[in-house]
Write a protein that binds this ligand. Structure first.
Ligand SMILES: Cc1cc2nc3c(=O)[nH]c(=O)nc-3n(C[C@H](O)[C@H](O)[C@H](O)COP(=O)(O)O)c2cc1C
Length: 207
């Protein structure tokens, strides 16, 4: 991750593109249609744009990653893995929103991190070392997924990412979004935006 890609316009990017704006990649830990975490990423991403970044979104349908298998990795990285790693490499920061599954991260996200975290011939990377990441979560529970974020923070730190202390966990996500895609509670909307904005500000000055 996080090779310089000055002025790059990310696939699936939204909002105003700034000349030489760093690209932040937004990654949901859920591929569920109508995922609350994907919706939270969209709501928060306004903050990254205000912070001077361009935001691209990973659509998991375009990156159907197989379950990590070291023998497959040794033989040749699958095309979808290479394409996913290329998206990471072209970004300067990651904004992740992940549901909590049984008090931890989702298998989808853990699998993606595993595929991207290792040195592999012919692929950029390892993808996380030296990169900057900010964390969000959305859950239908009253805890908002914070236990999963603790695990995610540990995992990403172990592969060399700088995980910002700022994070936001959305509780009872099934009631939280308005028709316009923003969070109904303005304080929550501002808190989610603030995490993304801080990420944009840090990546602009990082390195
Ligand atoms: C297998 C599984 C385990 C779950 N475990 C938790 C949990 O430990 N804590 C929690 O807050 N929610 C848990 N949930 C509820 C999810 O947080 C909730 O379904 C959330 O909306 C999923 O995110 P998404 O809307 O982005 O797909 C679990 C859901 C599933 C499917």
């Amino acid at each position: 991750m996080f090779l310089d890609a000055p002025g790059a316009r990310a696939e699936g990017a939204s909002g105003t593109a700034h000349l030489n704006a760093p690209v932040i990649l937004a990654l949901s830990g859920s591929q569920r249609r109508d995922s609350y975490n994907a919706r939270l990423l969209r709501a928060a991403s306004v903050g990254a744009q205000r912070g001077g970044a361009t935001v691209g979104f990973i659509d998991w349908e375009a990156y159907p990653l197989p379950l990590f298998d070291p023998e497959v990795e040794d033989a040749a990285l699958p095309d979808t893995v290479l394409a996913f790693r290329a998206r990471l490499a072209a970004s300067r920061g990651l904004l992740i929103a992940c549901p909590e599954y049984n008090a931890s991260v989702t298998p989808l996200l853990k699998n993606a991190i595993d595929w991207a975290s290792r040195q592999a011939p012919g692929a950029p990377g390892p993808c996380f070392s030296g990169g900057v990441v900010a964390l969000l979560s959305a859950s239908t529970s009253r805890l908002g997924g914070v236990r999963g974020l603790d695990h995610l923070r540990d995992i990403l730190s172990s592969v060399g990412a700088l995980v910002l202390p700022d994070q936001f966990a959305l509780v009872q996500a099934q009631h939280a979004f308005g028709e316009d895609g923003r969070l109904r509670d303005q304080r929550q909307q501002a808190a989610a935006e603030a995490v993304a904005r801080r990420l944009a500000e840090v990546v602009r000055f990082w390195r």
